[in-house]
Design a protein around this ligand. Sequence first.
Ligand code: 13P
Ligand code: SF4
Length: 386
Amino acid sequence: MSNLIQIGATDPTAQAPESISVPEVEKGVGCDFDSYLFSPDGSWDERIASAKERLGSRVVILGHHYQRDEVVKFADFRGDSLKLSQQAAGTDADYIVFCGVHFMAESADVLRRPHQVVVLPDLGAGCSMADMAEIGQVESCWEELRAAGIDNVVPITYMNSTAAIKAFTGRQGGAVCTSSNANVVMRWAFERGERVLFLPDEHLGRNTAVALGLDLDRMAVWDPLEELGGNDEETLARSRVILWKGYCSVHQRFQPEHVDHVRSAYPGIRVMVHPECRMEVVQKADIAGSTEKIIKAVSAAGPGTSWAIGTEIHLVNRLAREFPEQQIVSLDPHVCVCTTMFRISPQHLAWALENLAEDRVVNRIEVDAKTRQWARVALERMLELR
Ligand code: 13P
Ligand code: SF4
């Protein structure tokens, strides 16, 4: 337990003093979110459970592994991006409440059935990585490549991208990938084209290409703020993979020195990192994998195993709590929290569910029909590959 890092002190909703008067709860149902703000997290459990019970099979709650415990404990399905997108495609509930970030809810909306509605409890739960590839920038990149005679390119976009980028990928003959299946999707892409344009995570793209045996000198980085992405035509012509210059601010924090440090501080420790970490970290680690793979590795390990895990802190803390017979520490001594995942609070979940229970849809995520059509193509190509 002493390894756990406490999160929550920075959450204004979690800190609200109990003496603040709470608007009458019954009248609060269905009114705007402000009336849900000033109450400690734990006090929402009963209201969430009761709204969920009232909704019954009409609602399904999906929770990403990086969500806070107070929220994820209400999830009907917990998973990484791949697992949750499969769940979203398979569920029949009227309401899909997505406790995750915006791009995940968009994907659920793309895969939903016609009668379903997707809700993101806090619209502020975005993803800085997804925001690093804007559709206009990606379309310009595509045109510049064409103009430079760099063709036969298959785009792959990481799940962590907007629906517009997924639609672009679908239209251009590419597919979506997640951190669980990036290698399978990249292999598939190389059966179709000579080159891959990998969006928007430079690190996942590079780590995947290296794992497939590609040389670093056959990879170019595309900086959307520079002409030709900051490359000359020769570099692009030689490249097999063009990596969009985007990154996850949580995972990019992990440094190779952190690996050196934990290895000397905890002799025999195993280091496991998410592939959104930079290549230098992944190469020093014992295992790299998606959140689901990290969980499986810990679950399969015996008592006494020591792990330093390089991923979002809520998952690391949860694993440390669930496997007390193993030693589990964060690879970074400073907290690596995804602040946007953290925005989904019990208050937001209660607000969304109580409104739904009154047949009021709040914070609906709706992708327009044309975008949905092509984004679906790109997502289904991935789901078919498994
Ligand atoms: P996975 O859930 O695919 O492991 O991705 C981690 C992540 O960064 C989600 O935003
Ligand atoms: Fe985006 Fe990184 Fe947060 Fe995932 S962990 S939602 S990639 S910022």
